[in-house]
Design a protein around this ligand. Structure first.
Ligand SMILES: NC(=O)CC[C@H](N)C(=O)O
Length: 590
């Protein structure tokens, strides 16, 4: 897309597709999420998430993620994390573990790995030994490694997703609102339809409900057409024709600002005007195809279609938009020689582009990611255009509810009469909600309710970053907590102890695996010096004992306050098999 841009911008014409591998290895070694331009020396002190200095990598057992300093070591670590008692990785377990961190099978970045796994399954093999595992994932080890090392923007993704699901279900009971019927095709959608999907700037994805059902973008397309126009023409050219102020009126009001322009590009008048600016010299079919290509690129080639039914249905009833177009013409708002009917057709065609919540979330994530699609790494919109787009979504995106939305939700969003709300959490994620019933301002009732639930739970509101803000969950941190005024160190450390010890006590290897992925210290103790290994030995959880000893490199001879080692617990509570494993570990360590 950007290849078509005139040389308006310097230094942005780069494919962000893939950092050179050497740079990517560097970001494996930094304890902070990877900025490959700032290589960190793996042998210096690492700072853990709660600010404690750990000893240098050489003295930390190789099993801990922040000690990894090469791709073969990373591959080894991931294999040991996922392999079973027989030293093999069940393919089903591998898919499950990827999904838990938000990586889907259709993720274009995992194309090679998924193709290799499919070939394996065609040969009826459902387990990966070390060699096969390496062959399967080697092309994508950096991405997979980062995912399992929790270097993505939402480290506890499965826990975050369960919060999203709770919010989704809390909206189901919202039965008020009315499905739009001024466009006959829209009136045919069930009021019970309700879907939500999200995509983070690292390409972590989650969806629930009717998230894979197609619906037309309607006004949710307006920010995307605007971002395209500014990317190609620059903001100065675009804003010669369209203002940047909220209109405070309905989205199809026949009104202009004091400069005789449409108030902004997020309402019908502004959007119709924009259609006359993009590639006016091309044939109408090519002009529409161009926008479709931009939308597909923003969606990472996920579903983007076109509903001719909607287009014909709206064209036959779009009296207001025809009136708007002639009003703009009468006031010389268009560039000279504009073909009015062509501009109007293009506008109605843009509104009739079909997406799903899942593909819409990727588009929103592209905006959240500064214009780069998280799934393909392609630069779709110029970052400056994205900044302007998010500003106008923030101030004008929800029509004459925009002021209240900015006050209550505090995030850039765009609604559409088909019931979509595209929400952007800048530098974190994009969310697409869809439920047809609308309130009096033309916004989805369930979608609005979901957005309010989201920012009352997570510190996503634009001003939640103020010091001493109230207590909300911060899903960008390993432990889903930020506490008012208290040192984050105490909260995250005690949370880690709770997470690990309870998982060991309950024999929950999956939860322990998640703790390892989050880089937690698996030898952490409670106030009595009791470790996870003590608790697992006392309860006779053989799998956990093995996992801690063999995968996590936990020492078998750590003593609690009373000088007891885990073997003493196994003997005292009569767990013969556990006792045998711990005795063997004792003998091996001499
Ligand atoms: N708010 C909307 O989604 C309106 C878009 C619709 N195509 C119209 O022009 O009326």
């Amino acid at each position: 897309m950007h290849r078509l841009w005139p040389a308006l911008y310097h230094g942005v014409q780069r494919q962000y597709r893939f950092f050179p591998v050497c740079q990517q290895i560097t970001c494996l070694m930094s304890s902070k999420p990877g900025d490959p331009t700032k290589p960190s020396d793996p042998l210096t002190k690492n700072e853990t998430e709660n600010g404690e200095d750990t000893v240098s990598a050489t003295s930390v057992p190789p099993s801990r993620p922040n000690a990894i300093s090469s791709l073969p070591q990373l591959e080894d670590w991931v294999f040991r994390l996922l392999s079973n008692q027989q030293g093999r990785v069940p393919v089903s377990e591998f898919h499950k573990a990827l999904r838990e961190v938000g990586l889907w099978e259709n993720d274009p970045r995992l194309r090679e790995t998924m193709a290799n796994l499919r070939k394996l399954q065609e040969s009826h093999s459902s387990f990966l030994d070390r060699e096969t595992f390496s062959k399967c994932i080697t092309e994508n080890i950096v991405l997979i490694g980062r995912a399992f090392q929790s270097k993505f923007v939402i480290p506890k993704f499965s826990e975050f997703s369960s919060y999203i699901d709770k919010m989704y279900w809390s909206c189901v009971s919202q039965k008020n609102g009315k499905v739009a019927d001024y466009i006959p095709q829209l009136a045919r959608f069930s009021p019970d339809l309700w879907g939500v999907a999200l995509c983070t700037v690292d390409g972590q994805r989650h969806s629930i409900g009717d998230s894979d059902k197609p619906f037309c973008l309607q006004s949710c397309v307006k920010p995307l057409v605007y971002a395209t126009a500014v990317s190609e023409l620059g903001d100065k050219t675009v804003h010669k024709y369209v203002g940047t102020e909220p209109s405070g009126r309905s989205f199809n009001e026949i009104a202009l600002n004091k400069y005789n322009q449409p108030f902004n590009p997020m309402i019908n008048s502004g959007a119709i005007l924009l259609c006359s600016l993009i590639k006016p010299e091309d044939h109408q079919s090519d002009r529409f195809d161009h926008i479709l290509k931009v939308l597909k690129a923003a969606a990472g080639d996920d579903f983007v279609g076109f509903s001719n039914t909607t287009f014909l249905s709206e064209k036959a009833t779009s009296y207001r938009n025809f009136a708007l177009a002639y009003y703009l013409k009468e006031n010389q708002c268009f560039p000279p020689k504009t073909d009015l009917m062509e501009a109007l057709d293009l506008y109605l065609q843009h509104c009739s582009v079909d997406i799903t919540c899942e593909s819409g979330a990727i588009i929103a994530a592209t905006l959240a990611n500064g214009g780069v699609c998280p799934l393909t790494g392609e630069l779709v919109f110029h970052p400056d255009a994205v900044q302007h787009t998010l500003s106008l979504m923030h101030s004008c995106g929800m029509y004459d509810y925009s002021g209240q939305f900015a006050f209550q939700v505090g995030l850039p969003a765009k609604s559409g009469v088909s019931g979509g709300i595209m929400l952007v959490v800048p530098s974190v994620m994009g969310i697409m909600c869809w439920s047809p019933p609308l309130d009096s301002t033309g916004n989805s009732v369930r979608g609005l309710h979901f957005c309010k639930e989201l920012v009352s739970t997570f510190n996503f509101h634009h001003y939640d970053n103020l010091k001493y803000k109230s207590k909300k969950l911060d899903p960008r941190r390993h432990s889903l907590y930020t506490m008012r005024g208290r040192s984050f160190r105490d909260e995250s450390r005690s949370q880690q102890i709770i997470d690990i010890l309870f998982a060991a006590y309950n024999g929950d290897v999956t939860a322990l695996r998640r703790c390892v992925m989050l880089g937690m210290d698996m030898e952490v103790t409670d106030y009595d010096g009791r470790t996870a290994l003590h608790l697992a030995a006392a309860e006779g959880h053989v799998q956990v004992v093995r996992f801690l000893l063999e995968k996590c490199g936990v020492r078998h001879d750590l003593q609690d306050r009373w000088g007891q080692v885990p073997l003493d617990d196994a003997v005292r509570f009569g767990h013969k098999e556990t006792e045998e494993i711990l005795r063997k570990a004792q003998e091996q360590s001499g």
